[in-house]
Ligand binder design. Structure first.
Ligand code: ZN
Length: 215
């Protein structure tokens, strides 16, 4: 089973990916973690990746391809999160997997933009214990204080300007991939609008079960 996970930021790819991995015993590969591991390992490639990240630049495709090719060559099943983000990357992945049965499916966790904004912008974190609240779905009794008494704050990354930018990148670069996989007949859509993680998980699980029974 070779699956890529697609979805807007805040769609729950991390959480659902982890559950798929544990339930179906398939390794979860998170692109950001693969790059971080490469930095940890040291060496020339890792140093170059570190340089791009320090400057806040995107790591170029050629470097990502090199790292990922090695990672994928040793696996006969995986769930990939954070890749592909562009059509070019999707085409590269198809080429790499073509000799080996190809991709099983692209699992698309569908969430409306307005729900992403509610989920991320509504988030409040406790400075003391790290607990998260959400002003829309899981509000604290006192909007300024955690249950533990700690002050609540909004993370820098959760501000509107930041999340809007990420959503725009998704719409411009990643959304075309959804069509790309749809044309291949590999797109599996799962409605992830509900805020109940378990309810979304039941749908995800059903979708993955359907995939494995086809194999
Ligand atoms: Zn607290």
């Amino acid at each position: 089973m070779k699956i890529v996970l697609l979805g807007r930021p805040g769609a729950g790819k991390g959480t659902q990916g982890k559950r798929i991995s544990e339930t179906f015993n398939v390794p979860l590969l998170v692109m950001r973690e693969i790059l971080e591991a490469e930095i940890e390992r040291g060496g020339d490639l890792g140093e170059r990746i570190r340089g791009y990240m320090l400057e806040g630049k995107l790591v170029p495709d050629e470097i990502i391809f090199e790292v990922l090719r090695r990672e994928l060559s040793s696996r006969d099943s995986f769930i990939l999160d954070g890749f592909p983000r562009t059509i070019r990357q999707a085409e590269w992945l198809d080429k790499v997997l073509s000799s080996d049965g190809g991709l099983t499916a692209a699992l698309y966790l569908e969430v409306d933009e307005i729900n992403v904004l509610r989920r991320i912008m509504g988030r409040l974190r406790c400075k003391w214990c790290g607990r998260y609240y959400n002003v829309f779905f899981d509000p604290p009794e006192d909007i300024r204080r955690c249950e533990c008494g700690g002050p609540l704050y909004q993370r820098e990354d959760d501000r509107y300007e930041v999340i809007k930018k990420r959503l725009d990148v998704f719409n411009e670069e990643t959304a075309p991939i959804i069509e790309y996989y749809e044309r291949q007949g590999k797109l599996v859509r799962v409605d992830a609008n509900e805020n109940d993680i378990d309810a979304v998980w039941r749908r995800v699980k059903e979708a993955v079960e359907a995939l494995t029974s086809h194999q």
